[in-house]
Design a binder for this molecule. Structure first.
Ligand SMILES: C[S@@+](CC[C@H](N)C(=O)[O-])C[C@H]1O[C@@H](n2cnc3c(N)ncnc32)[C@H](O)[C@@H]1O
Length: 425
């Protein structure tokens, strides 16, 4: 049985870090290896989709990387942000609620992308792989990191599965069964793959049988998430009985071999024209783009709107003068966005005459978590009918002669759009 939705880890935060622990020395060595191979000075910006509680990105931020973490789980992100603040890494860690299969990020902006225990939970895991490769700049790399079993006892979990299946339960499959699937898929896209495993990244965890059972009973592991309560209860009672009756007893220590492994996936040369799978949009860019800044794309539509006297509509706001328009909502087309935005801002309908073009505006937005790349489609349009009250209290509509407009506008992309307009003579 397979599902179509990714598995959110909402509901897992309480025991997550405790049950996914690793040997700090071995983990530290693997990160040191990574930082030598990809020095933060040359590979500064790191993206981790499925960031969870920040188990991986917080130590990376501590090593000088500028990290962006995103996750579909609000609760996991909440823990990540809280841990980042208590560790004092707030300045180098951005968190964002988003889906790895639809990254709300520009193409080619990250030096590294890290995926840790993620693709098991995403039905469209191939889409997620492609998105991560798209987010990388040429020469960047996707790192697949495996941190071992944590406090899990694999053979106990396997026994849980067998007992639940014997009671008629079928475990759903969300994403891949093994990292091998991801590696094979990346190779089929033309990526080079390199595996790193070191004896100094191996250790043995000792878990008491009692503790392992208590984690299982508390559903600390994702594979128990969908098991109905009656099946879960019956399985746990049986495991408990077996543990009490077993020769070793419930307080015995179980030894679990653990190791960290790293796979480096290097995308093909993106200047190769044959490789269109990772696509990047090439449009004129304005604003002050800072090299180290992460910009979230904001699609929108704006209009050069003419009235019957040939004057052009401009919105005066406390932040400057702008063409009417704004950000896209949901699945709107740019045309629909313009019509809705103008209705809300100006209180009239518009008739679109022509599409003037598309341009990007980089804005570092003080007070917001992310800076944005406004991806704006510009139209020429004429005023239609009045259609009710406006909703933007601090916007005032003024009408200017065409030659006055360009010098008044605050954004370079809007001034560019004015220059694209050739009024009919
Ligand atoms: C096993 S946890 C791994 C967390 C972290 N990478 C770590 O190793 O500690 C998987 C995380 O992926 C998130 N996740 C699952 N599907 C996702 C998706 N489509 N997009 C973003 N995050 C996703 C879950 O909410 C969860 O926080």
């Amino acid at each position: 049985m397979s599902t179509t939705e990714s598995m959110s880890f909402d509901g897992f935060t309480t025991l997550y870090d405790q049950t996914r622990s690793f040997d700090p020395i071995c983990f530290g060595r693997s990160l040191d290896w990574l930082a030598t191979r990809f020095p933060p000075r040359q590979f500064r910006s790191v993206l981790e989709p499925g960031v969870g509680t920040g188990r991986i990105v917080l130590p990376l931020a501590g090593r000088g990387y500028q990290v962006t973490g995103l996750d579909i789980s609000e609760e996991m992100l909440g823990v990540c942000v809280a841990q980042s603040q208590s560790m004092g890494t707030g300045g180098v860690l951005h968190c964002l609620r988003a889906d790895a299969t639809r990254l709300p990020l520009s193409s080619g902006v990250f030096d590294l992308c890290v995926a840790v225990h993620l693709f098991y939970f995403i039905p469209d895991w191939r889409g997620a792989v492609r998105e991560m490769l798209r987010a990388l700049r040429p020469g960047g790399a996707l790192i697949l990191l495996h941190t071992g079993n944590g406090a899990e006892v694999p053979r106990l979990n396997e026994h849980y599965r067998e007992l639940a299946q014997a009671l008629g339960y079928t475990f759903p499959t969300y994403g891949v069964r093994s990292t091998r699937d991801v590696v094979d898929y990346a190779a089929s896209l033309g990526c080079a793959v390199e595996r790193a495993e070191k004896p100094s990244w191996e250790w043995t965890t000792q878990v008491s049988a009692r503790k392992a059972l208590s984690h299982l009973r508390a559903r600390a592991y994702s594979f128990t998430k969908d098991v109905p309560e009656d099946v879960h209860g019956a399985v746990m009672d049986r495991l408990q009985r077996e543990s009490l009756e077993g020769a070793a007893g419930p307080d015995s220590a179980i030894h679990v071999p653990n190791r960290i492994s790293i796979v480096i996936v290097s995308p093909p040369d993106q200047t190769n024209e044959g490789n269109t799978q990772l696509g990047q949009r090439d449009i004129p860019e304005f604003g002050d783009r800072k090299p180290d800044e992460v910009y979230v794309p904001r699609p929108g539509a704006y209009g050069l709107i003419l009235n019957g006297e040939g004057r052009i509509a401009v919105m005066q706001t406390p932040r400057g003068d702008f063409l009417p328009g704004g950000g896209t909502e949901g699945d709107e087309s740019p045309e629909e966005t313009l019509v809705r935005e103008v209705r809300e801002e100006c209180g009239f309908s518009v008739e679109i005459i022509e599409r003037l073009g598309e341009a990007a505006e980089y804005r570092s937005t003080a007070g917001h978590e992310f800076s944005i790349r406004k991806e704006c489609v510009f139209f020429a349009a004429t005023v239609g009918d009045e259609c009710g009250a406006t909703t933007e209290a601090d916007h005032t509509l003024i009408w200017l002669e065409p030659h006055e407009v360009e010098r008044r506008l605050a954004h370079g992309s809007q001034r560019w759009a004015v220059r694209q307009f050739r009024p009919a003579s």
